[in-house]
Design a protein around this ligand. Structure first.
Ligand code: R5P
Length: 300
């Protein structure tokens, strides 16, 4: 196996490679003055099985294009098989038409990845469990939930705690986490989002959080608005302590400030997306998924 990485999350590729006892082979990635990218494979890859890492996080279009070119370069250079590890799959939320006239962006991404020559895909905590079904290639769908369960146990939070899904789409996720934590109770927030502006209004919730530690679990934090809305209603319903767990630290706009200003004591995320220094804040703790990806690659 030869491991390569695009430029969006090389530290995770390196961590995973170390776990496997491999190295990350270099790629020549240069950018022309007009912003176009040129990719060149330096090492011999003829008949090799290749793993390519690239998180298609911000800027998603650039990171996707770079990935497409890397795959093309590898295939043209004779690679026998390419497994793309896309720890965060950009555009996965646009998996259907929400409002008449919209593109199904995820479907375009799926078609392009397959067309460009990806043979297998490793993904992490996809927005919907249905996403793998859109691909005709094998997809390994890994999850950070075990890491979150471990952390919750380490922090001694299995007593007097409630898992909270900040929207209806995350119920399956918290049910699974609840099972692995000995069926601790869970609650759900019903989030009403304006499909045009993204604003959240009039959230309501089901479940009892009064006097309890509320553990919000989501697949991703982008602007932080979902977490802010969830926290508001949890506090209104008497939660005495709040913690946040989310797999993907998308952290758009000024999310780091929004999150640091929460009443929540801690925000746990993973390294599926590389977090630049300026996006760090004191409440943040990053848990690595490198070992899980390494284990997944061994058996895939
Ligand atoms: C939405 O369904 C997702 O699971 C996240 O809750 C959402 O994308 C987070 O976005 P934001 O942080 O901007 O509210």
């Amino acid at each position: 196996m030869m491991i390569f990485s695009g430029s969006s999350n090389k530290p995770l590729a390196e961590k995973t490679a170390r776990e496997l006892g491999f190295e990350v082979f270099p790629l020549e990635i240069s950018v022309f003055p007009d912003g176009e990218r040129r990719i060149r494979v330096v090492d011999r890859v003829v008949d090799e099985k290749i793993v390519v890492f690239q998180s298609t996080s911000t800027p998603p279009d650039q990171n996707y294009m770079e990935l497409f070119f890397v795959i093309d370069a590898l295939k043209r250079s004779g690679a026998s098989m390419v497994t793309a590890v896309i720890p965060y799959l950009g555009y996965e939320r646009q998996d259907h038409v929400f409002r008449e006239g919209e593109a199904v962006s995820l479907e375009v991404i799926v078609k392009t990845l397959e067309r460009v020559g990806v043979d297998k895909l490793v993904a992490f905590d996809l927005h919907s469990v249905k996403v793998p079904e859109l691909f005709t290639i094998p997809v390994l769908h890994l999850s950070a939930l075990d890491l979150f369960a471990q952390k919750i146990k380490e922090l001694g939070l299995t007593e007097n705690s409630v898992l909270v899904s900040p929207d209806m789409g995350g119920i399956r996720r918290i049910k699974m986490l609840s099972e692995s934590l000995g069926n601790i109770p869970y609650a759900t927030v019903e989030k009403n989002r304006d499909l045009e502006t993204g604003d959240i209004s009039d959230s309501s919730m089901e479940g009892d959080v009064n006097g309890k530690t509320a553990i919000i679990v989501d697949d991703m934090i982008s602007t932080g608005r979902t977490i802010v809305a969830a926290e508001k209603i949890l506090l209104k319903n008497g939660a005495k302590k709040i913690l946040v767990f989310a797999t993907h630290a998308v952290f758009s706009a000024n999310a780091e400030k929004v999150l640091q200003n929460l009443k929540a004591e801690k925000v746990f995320v993973t390294d599926t997306i590389f977090i630049p220094k300026e996006k760090y804040f004191t409440k943040l703790e990053v848990i690595s998924v490198g070992r899980i990806i390494a284990q997944g690659l061994k058996d895939f």
